[in-house]
Design a protein around this ligand. Structure first.
Ligand code: AQP
Length: 333
């Protein structure tokens, strides 16, 4: 292998891929894909921490992988695959469970949030989710993980687990770094700008799907919750406007100050229309490519099959090393 560094990242197939996922993760994958060896996974093992309808899940998995490609991920150059197709994720996940403390997992804010949301199904998988995520990353000797800021705590834990394991057995894992975008690291709900835009939000006006058409996008931005003082300013006291500035800024690569200057003296209506337009222009080609690609099932199958084969080869090298270090007898398979 050359000296390019390794990137791993994934999105779990729940709900639909949102503008938040796009800006926090997917868009950066596209920007980084030629400079690194990249693995982009539809992390389906994670998705069953919340109960899923099997038929819908299978359909959604295919749709997510197709959206990765439609967003501009090159499926030949990069490794694009389903997590459940590479058994090494679950194998390493188990081993790392034994090197992770309950106290560490108890501190994870996503577990607290999700167990409050799914009080009738607080399963062990939900609790150990960050360990599987650590396995996803460490399995490939990943250097860099492009994620939204909400995943920062999980990534810190992955680093701690890697450090602990290395401390016992020598240098087994690369200790990964987070890659968190400056603008758009945390896109908020359009209906409640104090909580993050979430792909399973039951209120469809709270999020933009990357497949939403122009009319839907414009309508959702028009309805976006703001405030009543009519001033376009970048302030924590104005979470709705701040969120719209962040979105505009992430798409146009302008700083928040530049955005504020651009819209100085204009009304919220005009600003919301401008944000809707840049988002719609950004997403239109993705939607069009998606429509084409989803007709080509053979191509999609080829991409995820070769992706899983390449990922499995890399995973095997790390797992063999881990198993030897832990003290297992060499297997025959
Ligand atoms: N609102 C967001 N802003 C910026 N980045 C975000 N990400 C998610 N939401 C935002 C980033 O997208 C990647 C994939 O996310 P995930 O599949 O791990 O799911 P999640 O973050 O748990 O997303 P949701 O919307 O909250 O899903 P549900 O509703 O199913 O629980 C990650 O890199 C994440 O940082």
């Amino acid at each position: 292998m050359d000296d390019k560094k390794i990137i791993f990242s994934g999105i779990q197939p729940t709900g639909c891929i949102t503008l938040g996922n796009y800006v926090g993760a997917l868009k950066n994958w596209v920007d980084l894909q030629h400079d690194y060896h990249c693995l982009f996974s539809v992390v389906d093992l994670h998705s069953i921490t919340v109960r899923q309808d099997p038929k819908l899940l299978r359909k959604r998995c295919m749709e997510f992988l197709t959206q990765y490609l439609a967003a501009g991920i090159d499926g030949e150059e990069n490794i694009v695959y389903f997590q459940s197709h590479v058994p090494g994720h679950a194998e390493l996940g188990w081993i790392l469970n034994c090197y992770t403390y309950m106290g560490e997992l108890n501190r994870m804010t996503q577990f607290k949030d999700k167990s409050a949301k799914h009080a009738d199904n607080i399963n062990a998988g939900l609790f150990t989710y960050p360990v599987l995520m650590a396995a996803d990353i460490l399995l490939y000797q990943t250097d860099l993980v492009p994620v939204g800021v909400d995943q920062k705590q999980h990534l810190e834990l992955a680093r701690d687990i890697a450090g602990r394991f290395n401390g016992i057995y020598g240098d087994v894992f690369k200790v990964p770094e987070a890659f968190i975008p400056k603008e758009g690291a945390r896109i908020m709900s359009l209906q409640d700008p104090t909580s993050k835009m979430s792909k399973s939000d039951p209120n469809v006006n709270g999020f933009i799907s990357i497949l939403d058409d122009t009319d839907t996008i414009m309508r959702k931005f028009k309805k976006a919750v703001t405030d009543s003082d009519g001033l376009i300013a970048y302030s924590d006291d104005k979470p709705g406007i701040k969120n719209l500035i962040n979105i505009y800024s992430a798409i146009t690569h302008k700083t928040p100050d530049e955005v504020v200057a651009e819209f100085d003296g204009m009304g919220y209506g005009q600003f919301k229309t401008a944000v809707g337009e840049v988002v719609s222009d950004e997403l239109r080609p993705i939607r069009e490519r998606y429509e084409d690609l989803s007709k080509n099932k053979d191509y999609i199958t080829k991409i995820y099959t070769q992706g899983a084969q390449r990922a499995a080869g890399m995973a095997r090298r790390t797992l063999n090393k881990v198993k030897r270090k832990v003290g297992y007898v060499d297997g025959v398979l």
